[in-house]
Design a protein. Structure first.
Length: 44
């Protein structure tokens, strides 16, 4: 029982790590796009 519980937790942790990595990678790709700042917001 104890061994199977540890294995289940290990599998869940591995899946969570893969999901977190894929989400972070896609967020970084969107970060590369930066639109131009409107002229009314530029400080002189």
């Amino acid at each position: 029982m104890k061994k199977s519980k540890k294995r289940l937790i290990t599998i869940i942790a591995a899946v969570a790590t893969i999901v977190a990595t894929s989400v972070a990678s896609s967020a970084c790709a969107w970060f590369l796009y930066q639109p131009e700042e409107p002229k009314c917001l530029i400080e002189e």
